[in-house]
Design a protein around this ligand. Structure first.
Ligand SMILES: C[S@@+](CC[C@H](N)C(=O)[O-])C[C@H]1O[C@@H](n2cnc3c(N)ncnc32)[C@H](O)[C@@H]1O
Length: 275
């Protein structure tokens, strides 16, 4: 485990997370009742524009029940559950935080999706999978925690089958200093943001070809205006996962995007190798 990984893991350590989720969910449904992906969406989609962004990217990723999907940096599993429930595919999720994987397994069981989803703790740079094991890899709001971007994209390239798709949804540096803390880092020591051109260069150096490249910054600004208006019904929010300073870090993220310090980038890429 590198020093950076230890610090990133501490940032997402979330002591007692599964217990907190159980208590919060008891207010919307008894423990034996199956929950839906939509019910959990206010707290389990750990990225800008929440489930809207996952749904949009999934819509262009060409998924069907036979697609072998990896959600890299899967958090507490919201995107993995959305993909499995919507497209009927099998999804594997990997995350650096064991606390998140524990919570993700609990929530997946609550949604009755454990037969289609496998979740494990691990490092995106050293994945325990054979070459070409997946058809599609999702990476949503994870790359900014990873210093060695070349190694990250090379590992994604390795585990994708020829012709496979890489769906990446990321924050990118724009103009001015980033205001911390933000949802992925309390300070700059675990934040490894790149500009849009450098992101594209790193992807192309790893032999990815661009299928879709879209600036979603304005959509994010609009979304934050609504999201900041108040909590979701039932009071569920990412604050349950990130703790009491979540309002501050969410406001900082919104401000960084609104003031063009950060941009929001959606991209779909394919391996240059043919099927
Ligand atoms: C902002 S959250 C996004 C979670 C999820 N992708 C989502 O959108 O709901 C970033 C996640 O990346 C994970 N992460 C950071 N560095 C990682 C690494 N080297 N390997 C695997 N996961 C990592 C963190 O533990 C955290 O759960």
């Amino acid at each position: 485990m590198t020093d950076t990984n230890t610090k990133v893991r501490e940032h997402y350590s979330a002591t007692g997370l599964t217990g907190r989720l159980k208590s919060a969910l008891a207010t919307i449904a008894p423990e034996e009742q199956t929950l839906t992906v939509a019910q959990l969406a206010p707290l389990d989609q750990f990225h800008t524009r929440g489930i809207l962004a996952t749904a949009e990217l999934a819509g262009v990723a060409g998924l069907d029940p036979s697609t072998r999907v990896l959600d890299l940096g899967c958090g507490i599993g919201g995107p993995a559950r959305y993909l499995a429930a919507t497209f009927g595919c099998r999804v594997t999720g990997v995350d650096l935080s064991p606390a998140f994987i524990d919570a993700a397994n609990y929530l997946t069981a609550r949604c009755g999706l454990s037969d289609r989803i496998t979740l494990l703790a691990g490092d995106a740079l050293h994945l325990p999978f054979e070459d070409a094991a997946f058809d599609t890899v999702f990476l949503q709001h994870v790359a900014m925690n990873i210093e060695d971007r070349a190694a990250l994209y090379a590992e994604v390239q390795r585990i994708l089958a020829p012709g496979g798709r890489f769906v990446t949804y990321d924050l990118v540096l724009r103009d001015g200093d980033v205001i911390y803390p933000v949802p992925w880092a309390r300070d700059a020591s675990t934040s490894f943001l790149l500009g849009e051109n450098d992101t594209r260069a790193a992807l192309e150096q790893a032999a990815f070809k661009v299928v879709l490249w879209r600036d979603d910054t304005q959509a994010a600004v609009d979304w934050f205006e609504t999201a900041m208006a108040g909590p979701a019904p039932g009071g569920l929010s990412l604050g349950l996962v990130m703790g009491p300073d979540y309002p501050v870090i969410a406001r900082n993220l919104a401000r960084n995007i609104r003031e063009n310090r950060l941009g929001v980038l959606s991209a779909v890429l394919t391996t240059a190798r043919l099927l």
